[in-house]
Ligand binder design. Structure first.
Ligand code: GLN
Length: 280
């Protein structure tokens, strides 16, 4: 069996199970199996593949056909300018969240030394990307999930920012350490009743803790805003990722806690996705 044939077989299996990008996924899983990059696979598609590798490849294809996301199967995901280590237990970094990073970098262009808090740090994709680009900034990340803290620590070490990132296992309500120039959060914001409409890959494999925003989708955002108003310095910035239909409600919550709304930003799909505010 050669690489090309195996990929085509794998792709057919995925297609039958209605996986959206069957060929691309099969190529990526083949690359993982033989420990090469996708370019190598495309350039060496007529090379033969040994029995052991073929077996492992089909195991990955089977996992993928059940909905297991590619990022969990290959244990990595590209985000902003780095490749992040990801395993089940951490939300897979989304392109939409790069909008949050982009805004923070824009807002902090002139700053030399600031202290940033990331509430619900997850894989660390936001805070690690920022610290990597701003070598004098310091960060703190909190998360309820021990597993996420292990993953974010690993990413901080891989991207060489770990000496500037403190990580704590804590509920947002109970965290009372420090004062911050900037606070960022991509909290869970999906309404519990909308779970049944999520893609199977997301609903069945990604951590509910990172997605479920309670009955109205705002229960965690409320806590984040309340806590941020206590921990943020005067004139500090709060940058939040929000659901596509939450802009007005979140604006009101922010105003109630003494924040001025600077702007809201749309994601690639033209949905309101990010709110920037200032503590006054
Ligand atoms: N944007 C994510 C999704 O649609 C949700 C992320 C979140 O709740 N913070 O899957």
């Amino acid at each position: 069996m050669n690489i090309n044939l195996a990929i085509n077989e794998g792709s057919k299996i995925l297609k039958k199970k209605f996986i959206t990008n069957p060929l691309l996924d099969a190529e990526i899983l083949m690359a993982k199996t033989i420990n090469k990059d996708r370019n190598y696979i495309l350039l060496n598609s007529s090379n033969s593949i040994n029995k052991n590798d073929l077996n492992n490849f089909y195991k990955l294809i089977e996992q993928r056909s059940l909905g297991n996301p590619v990022a969990y199967l290959i244990k990595k995901k590209s985000f902003w300018k780095s490749e992040f280590f990801i395993t089940k237990g951490a939300l897979i970094p989304r392109p939409d969240t790069e909008l949050v990073v982009e805004n923070i970098l824009r807002l902090t262009k002139q700053k030399s030394k600031i202290n940033i808090l990331d509430i619900g740090v997850g894989s660390g994709c936001i805070i690690v990307s920022i610290l990597k680009e701003r070598e004098n900034f310091r960060g703190t990340g909190i998360d309820l999930s021990k597993k996420c803290l292990i993953i974010s620590k690993k990413n901080a070490i891989a991207q060489k920012v770990s000496s500037r990132l403190k990580l704590y296992k804590s509920d947002v309500d109970k965290f009372n350490l420090g004062k911050y120039d900037l606070i960022v959060s991509n909290p869970p914001y999906i309404k519990t009743c909308k779970f049944k409409y999520l893609e199977k890959d997301v609903a069945e494999f990604e951590p509910r803790l990172a997605l479920d925003g309670g009955l109205d989708g705002l229960s965690e955002i409320r806590k984040v805003i309340k806590k941020s108003s206590e921990l943020i310095k005067k004139n500090g910035k709060l940058i939040l990722e929000i659901g596509f239909d939450q802009k007005n409600k979140v604006k009101n919550l922010l105003k109630k806690e003494g924040f001025y709304i600077d702007s809201t930003q749309k994601d690639l799909a033209d949905n309101d996705r990010c709110i920037i505010s200032t503590k006054i």
